[in-house]
Design a protein around this ligand. Structure first.
Ligand code: B12
Ligand code: SF4
Length: 476
């Protein structure tokens, strides 16, 4: 039965499962081992806020809705569209499976994809027979316009920021301007079952995801962010961010927020004001995983960091990436190895926990030096935190290619097999990607080193020191 004139059409939004790896699923952790897999589907909430007044929005998040395979087809009956969000990971495979099931059952239901992967690979994405429309980049305004057109059965030409298929022909409309996120309404967390999205994290029991800015102004050559947002960035004004945090903390009894920005500290004036407001509000909340760039963080200044700590910032997340300057340069980090310990010293001085990430296997650099110096740098950080190991952790991963990044192209020249289809990307296991230029011996050493790090193995500092010396002897 078709909905009546005044009845709202249903829009089904789906966030597929990010990881398939058995360890991750078992522990409900991501590949980083420390970060819980349960995440608020912020991407979908960002879209939902634009359409919820006029449509009946149904959100499925695979990490919490374990029955999504059965429930989504029922929700799609008489719906206006199915919209899927995907990063470059197992989400693609899971998203394809669900899109296929829906298309087989409702062949005329439009299936829309958005997020980092489709945005950076729209053509390949649309070659998949079960996907009709790709929304590229920031989704809010584009999604709103697309569903309006679908509701009125109108043509999609003229909507900036989309790629779409008519028969076998793929069309790419011009790019859409990256909007100021202050123009959008606040996220409606009540569209999801918030209780099921609250996780324990570090010292907090009720941790919720939140973001206060979108995009990143840097141009690191391994990262999708510059391809996705063209180095643009937009941040909520401090008053808005502080009042949203206050609202969420009070409404859902939240003690910790996991901050999902890509470049939180970019505008120092903004964060200073936000910290002052949070101090004034005295919310007794912790902000964790707050992302900072090492070049900027190492120079940000004691006054800002002291304010940050008073405002509730308990942990910063810094992408150090490498202890080898050649690798940092190849990654376009615009940072110096010496800034790593500067950041560490700042964190210790201001009682900020540290979560740092490093990667091994950058194409085009001397592998032995890369491994040796990076492991040594990690050891240096561990030594600095030796009496307070619970206050730091390091995510050590392997270089993984992402579509249309500079280092993907370098990788292909160095023997990486090109990933030519959406399915190739979806089935590409990034859990521990061993690049063809990374010798097995070093790959194994890095994995052993990672498993032996104190927070992964449970060892004490002295034990760690001995283990580290043995590993380093094998490299020199
Ligand atoms: C939270 C998060 C996660 C969560 C899962 C999030 C989820 N969707 O379920 C976890 C921690 C599981 C995760 C995992 C990974 N992540 Co992650 N993650 C993030 C993070 C920090 C925030 C995402 C977010 O919610 N942003 C806020 C929302 C509002 O923004 P958005 O997602 O971009 O959505 C907007 C648009 O993209 C678009 N949009 C998005 N979806 C859709 C869908 C439709 C239909 C439409 C129309 C529009 C649309 O509209 C939205 C509003 O403007 C981002 C960085 C960032 N700041 O975005 C990285 C990021 C997305 N992750 C990234 C990566 C690489 C990963 C990993 C693959 C890393 C790895 N190798 O381990 C893993 C994958 C799984 C694994 N192996 O563990 C990359 C993405 C690169 C890429 N090409 O996909 C990012 C950009 C970080 C980075 N700079 O490298 N991640
Ligand atoms: S690695 Fe971090 S700083 Fe560099 S472009 Fe990506 S999000 Fe921005």
């Amino acid at each position: 039965m078709n909905p009546g004139f005044n009845e709202k059409k249903t829009i089904v939004l789906f966030n597929p499962l990010p990881v398939k790896h058995p360890i991750a699923i078992q522990n409900k952790k991501t590949t980083s081992f420390q970060v819980p897999l349960v995440n608020v589907p912020l991407s979908l909430l960002a879209l939902a806020r634009m359409v919820r007044d006029d449509f009946d929005v149904r959100i499925f998040n695979a990490v919490v809705d374990s029955d999504y395979i059965e429930k989504i087809p029922d929700a799609c009956k008489d719906a206006l569209c199915l919209a899927v969000s995907s990063m470059t990971c197992y989400q693609i495979r899971d998203g394809i499976n669900v899109s296929e099931a829906i298309k087989r059952r409702y062949p005329s239901l439009p299936v829309i994809w958005g997020g980092y992967h489709p945005s950076t690979e729209p053509e390949q994405t649309l070659k998949n027979p079960f996907i009709d429309i790709v929304i590229r980049g920031q989704g809010e305004l584009t999604f709103r316009e697309v569903v309006e057109k679908l509701r009125h059965n109108a043509q999609l030409d003229g909507i900036p920021g989309i790629s779409y298929k008519v028969g076998n022909n793929i069309f790419h409309n011009p790019e859409r301007r990256f909007e100021d996120i202050n123009l959008f309404p606040r996220l409606d967390y009540d569209l999801i079952d918030v209780e099921r999205h609250i996780k324990g994290y570090k010292f907090g029991k009720r941790c919720l995801d939140y973001y206060s800015s979108q995009g990143c102004a840097s141009g690191c050559s391994f990262c999708s962010e510059p391809v996705f947002c063209g180095r643009r960035w937009s941040g909520l004004v401090p008053e808005k961010a502080a009042s949203e945090l206050e609202y969420l903390a009070k409404t859902y009894d939240i003690d910790t927020f996991m901050i999902r920005d890509s470049d939180f500290f970019l505008n120092v004036g903004r964060v200073k004001k936000m910290f002052e407001l949070l101090i004034e509000k005295d919310l007794n909340i912790r902000l964790t995983s707050v992302n900072g760039r090492m070049d900027q963080f190492s120079r940000i200044g004691d006054d800002v960091l002291a304010l940050a700590r008073r405002a509730g910032i308990h942990e910063v997340f810094i992408g150090f990436e490498s202890g080898y300057q050649d690798a940092l340069d190849a990654m376009g980090k615009r940072a110096r190895v010496s800034q790593i310990m500067k950041c560490v010293d700042e964190c210790i001085k201001h009682d900020l926990d540290l979560r740092g990430s490093f990667m091994i296997g950058v194409p085009g650099v001397d592998v032995k030096e890369e491994v040796r110096r990076t492991l040594a740098e990690i050891h240096r950080i561990i030594c600095a935190y030796r009496d307070r190991l619970a206050h730091m952790d390091i995510l050590l991963s392997f270089f993984t290619p992402y579509p249309h990044t500079e280092l993907y192209e370098t990788g292909v020249k160095k023997g990486l097999k090109p990933l030519d289809t959406l399915e190739d990307w979806g089935d590409f296991d990034q859990f521990d990607f061993k690049a063809p230029w990374l010798p097995q011996e070093y790959f194994d050493i890095v994995r052993e080193f990672r498993a032996g790090m104190p927070w992964n193995s449970g060892c004490e500092f002295e034990e760690w020191r001995k283990f580290y010396n043995v590993i380093m002897q094998r490299i020199s």
